[in-house]
Ligand binder design. Sequence first.
Ligand code: NDP
Length: 449
Amino acid sequence: MSQSGDRLKAVYDEVVGRNPGEEEFHQAVREVLENLGPVVEKHAAFADTALIRRLCEPERQIIFRVPWVDDDGRPQLNRGFRVEFNSALGPYKGGLRFHPSVYLGIVKFLGFEQIFKNSLTGLPIGGAKGGSDFDPKGRSDAEVMRFCQSFMTELYRHLGEHTDVPAGDTGVGRREIGYLFGQYKRITNRYELGVLTGKGLTWGGSQVRTEATGYGLVFFVEEMLRAAGDSLDGAKVVVSGSGNVAVYAIEKVHQLGGSVVACSDSGGFVVDEDGIDLDLLREIKEQRRGRVSDYADARGGKVRYVEGESIWSVPCDVALPCATQNELDEAGAEQLAGHGCRVVAEGANMPTTPGAIRVLRDAGISFAPGKAANAGGVATSALEMQQNAARDVWTFEQTEQRLGEIMRAVHDRCLETAEEYGSPGDYVAGANIAGFLRVAEAMLALGHV
Ligand code: NDP
C-alpha cells in the first residue's frame, strides 16, 4: 500500500475505533477515503490527514428524548437525533428521517454523505442529518402531529435559517414538515420561512421541491447516457421503491421517452411491461397510503406481483435504486450485469453495497453514486432557501430549469474531476474528490475550528 493509503487507512481505523457499532457510518467513510489517495498525494495541505480526521468528526451531535401520547392516551417514547456534521460551506442542511431503523450510525452515515453531496451542488450549504426511530406507518394524523410537536419542542433551539435547516427524508413528507414548522413558529414567535425546506406551496415552499430528487436523478442519468453516446429514448428502466424519489423518477423517465417496467416497496415488486401507470400508482400510494400489491390487484392480470425476490432480476437498460441503503447487493448486481444493464444511478442514499459496486464496475456498467445523482433534492431545497430569503416565488419552469442546470454541472464536475485525478469515467471517484475539495478548501480557509 502507498504511504497515502497507509495514512488514510489509519484515519479509517480511528473512525471505527471512535464510533463502535456504527457500521453504516464506517461504510460511508470508507467509500470516501478510498478515493482520496491521489488528493493526499497531490496537495501538501492534506498530506498529514489532520483535516480529513476533522472532517470525519461531526461538529455537533444532538440526541434527545421525544415523549408523546397516542390516541388511546398511552404515553409513548422515541429518540430524536440531529447530527450537525459540517458548516464550512453554509448552514447545516439535510433531511430528517422517521423510521424504526434510525439510530446514531444511520444518521451519521447520512450526515457524512450530505457534506459531499451539498458541496458538489456548488451551493452554500453545510452537511447534516437527523430523525427519529418513530414509525409514522399506521399512526393517525393526530398522533403524527403530537409526535412532530414534541420532536420540535426540543430541536427548535438548535435550528435557524443561518444555523441549521432540516428538510424531509424517508417518513417525513409535507405533512410532517407542516407540523414541525407550525411548532417552530409557535415556540419562537417568528415566521422564519428559511428554517425548514420541503414546505407547502402556499406557505413558503418551492415549486419542484417535491419532484426534485427523482427529476434530478433522471437529468443526471440523461447526461450519463449522453456522455456514452446513448439516450433514454426507448430505454427500459427498473426503479426500486415507490416513495417520493421513485415516483418522480418514474414520471421524468416517462416524459423523456423511457419506460419504467418495475417498481417496489418493502413487501415486493410489480412488473408492468406496458410501463407503470403513474396516475394509478400515485393514487394508491398517496391517497390511499396503499402498497404496490394493491397496484397489481387494480391492474388485474396485466401485471406480475412478486414477493421475496430481488427486483434486479427484471431485465432493463437502466436501474435506479430509489428505496433504501444496501438494497442492491452483489447478487443483484450480477443479475443486472447478466441481462445487459448499461447504467445504474442511485436515487436513494448508499443503496448499492461496496461488493455490488465492484461487480458493476467489472461488468463495465456506468455507475453514479447517490451523493451526485440524488443531489437534486437538496439543491432545490437551497433554491427554496433563496426564494425565502428574497421573499420571492419562482415558477415551476424557472425552478425546473435551474435544477436541470445544477444537475448537469454536478455531472460534468464529477467527470472532469475523475479525469484530472486519474480515474476517467469513474463517477464515484469524481464525486468524492470534487465534493471533498470544495469543502476542504473552505475548512482550510476558516482555520482549525
Ligand atoms: P419514502 O419514504 O417516500 O419512500 C421509500 C420507499 O422505499 C417506499 O416505497 C418503501 O416501501 C421503499 N422501501 C423501503 N425499504 C425497502 C426495501 N428494503 N425494499 C424495497 N423497498 C423498500 O422515501 P424517499 O423516497 O424520500 O427516500 C428514498 C431514499 O432516497 C432514501 O435513501 C432517502 O435518504 C433518499 N433521498 C431522498 C431525498 C428526498 O428528497 N426525498 C433526497 C435524497 C435522497 P415501504 O412503504 O414498504 O417501506
